[in-house]
Write a protein that binds this ligand. Structure first.
Ligand code: GLN
Length: 497
């Protein structure tokens, strides 16, 4: 078979179909992907790549298939956000603190995807310890948005988003604490889903804010996200917050017709709630336009739009930026130069070693969050900040339950604007404020999704956010799939890719 030059255009589902039909081998797909990763190195999406590891996994996948194994994603190349620990690659969380660190075990999500036969090309760049919204906080290189080299790809899963948008890889893992799957997916025109908290194991995910962190897939289509999510989710006894839910075949659910649906009205009977707080003054006109057009399309497909309210939407910013740093300050105390990671070369005594190690190993945003976290947890301020934030968090979750009495799915924008220029954030607060539409679902632990919904200013992608009630990932994926059957936004590739 002569080398094919179209392989990068195949979705994961298409790659899987061609592998099953023996029209292509995993080794061929992997070689093509490795060549493409190398050719587009300037994007900064990957922190590590290992051709030997990837090709050995591909050969093993081909051997499994030759023996009759027909696992859905067997032999499909993917890559992991460098927040997941892996035995085959260094795991850095994009921090100098963990430069070159090798984990003795694989994160559960990585192990599950490996068992499903996926091939790992390497590890993807992100914001340091997943703290950020622009991938400008990586201790290594920045990541470029494939749609415009002068724009941020979003964060913190910016490497995952750029790699999928540029078609270096058909799918990738991401993590979402306050929007880090949905926001970069929106800003790069790809599809991503943050599952319900507890759906995917956090074991081996380098912890940022443990009560919020959740793994999820990023790919070009809802169908591809469904394939990945089916493989990576499930109960794990090693994570005390992992939920005992039966395994679900999300790829099958996505194609199952809704009761009462017809061929041209696949969403007949679906009530979509529009929170009025998501369509206020802070929303840019171009994003509003694309989101409204997507909602009109969903109506054409049979859905009904209803007005709902999430009255504490604005409060989600202070609440999140108290709770997340509080948990981060605790989680990051393990990086002390003793157990693993960086240790200062010269120091006077133990305390000096801790101080120098942490001063050298952490970047400015991580230090800022540790200081905020230590402050809000300190004696005397705990009640005023942390306890108050936890109470409001509960009220934000209750607001969603009130809204879900009127609708099945909530929809709105993912971000207030399209991707901003690199280096344009005047201060960290500017980026914090732009998290307003992703934080509420994170605080409530609800599943949320970003679906390509058109283009705004300067031809940059816009995402439609879908939020479901607990464990309703199948409904989100089904809705997104119906939308993607009727639109082609998710099939558009940035110029040059
Ligand atoms: N932008 C948010 C933050 O900086 C969310 C990050 C995330 O989801 N990992 O914390």
């Amino acid at each position: 078979m002569s080398a094919r030059h179209d392989l990068h255009n195949l979705t994961l589902a298409e790659q899987a179909a061609q592998l099953a039909a023996k029209a292509v081998s995993s080794v061929e797909l992997t070689q093509a992907a490795l060549a493409r990763v190398q050719a587009h190195d300037a994007l900064g999406a990957f922190l590590s790549v290992d051709a030997d590891v990837a090709l050995a996994q591909a050969a093993a996948a081909d051997a499994r298939r030759a023996q009759g194994d027909a696992t859905a994603l067997l032999g499909v190349p993917i890559a992991h956000k460098d927040i997941f620990v892996t035995t085959d690659f260094a795991s850095t969380a994009a921090s100098k603190m963990l430069a070159g660190y090798r984990s003795p075990f694989d994160a559960t999500v990585v192990a599950k995807l490996k068992a499903a036969g996926t091939v790992t090309l390497g590890k993807l760049n992100c914001d340091e310890f997943a703290m950020g919204s622009a991938n400008e906080n990586s201790a290594y290189n920045k990541v470029i948005n494939p749609w415009d080299a002068k724009r941020i790809p979003g964060g913190s899963s910016g490497g995952s988003a750029a790699a999928v948008a540029a078609r270096l890889v058909g799918g990738a893992t991401g993590t979402d604490t306050g929007g880090s799957i949905r926001q970069p997916a929106a800003l790069t025109g790809i599809t991503g889903i943050k599952p319900t908290y507890g759906r995917c194991s956090r074991y081996g995910m380098i912890a940022f804010a443990s009560s919020l962190d959740q793994a999820g897939p990023m790919a070009r289509s809802a169908e591809d996200c469904a394939l990945l999510l089916s493989a990576m989710s499930g109960f794990d006894e090693r994570d005390a917050t992992s939920a005992q839910r039966p395994a679900e075949d999300f790829a099958a659910a996505l194609k199952a017709p809704r009761a009462g649906a017809t061929a041209d009205k696949p969403l007949q009977g679906l009530r979509i709630g529009l929170p009025k707080e998501f369509f206020g003054a802070g929303l840019a006109a171009d994003v509003n336009g694309a989101v409204r057009a997507a909602l009109a399309e969903l109506e054409k497909l049979g859905a009904t739009l209803v007005d709902v309210s999430l009255p504490r939407t604005e409060l989600s910013i202070p609440v999140y930026y108290i709770i997340a740093p509080a948990e981060a300050s605790s989680n990051l105390s393990r990086f002390d130069g003793v157990k693993f990671g960086h240790r200062a070369a010269q120091y006077k005594d133990l305390n000096d070693m801790y101080a120098k190690t942490r001063a050298e190993g952490f970047g400015p945003e991580v230090k800022r969050r540790i200081m905020i976290g230590a402050y809000v947890l300190s004696h005397g301020y705990y009640d005023a900040y942390y306890l108050q934030a936890q109470k409001l968090r509960r009220m934000i979750a209750d607001d969603f339950q009130a809204a879900f009495k009127q609708c099945d799915v909530i929809a709105g924008p993912v971000t207030p604007t399209v991707a901003r220029p690199v280096g344009s954030a005047v201060d960290p607060l500017a980026d914090y404020l732009a998290d307003i539409f992703t934080l509420p679902a994170s605080l409530a632990g609800l599943p949320g999704m970003s679906v390509p919904a058109g283009f705004g200013e300067a031809g940059l992608p816009v995402g439609l956010q879908l939020i479901g009630n607990y464990w309703q990932e199948a409904a989100l994926l089904h809705t997104a799939h119906a939308f993607q059957q009727a639109t082609d936004w998710h099939t558009r590739a940035p110029a040059g890719f």
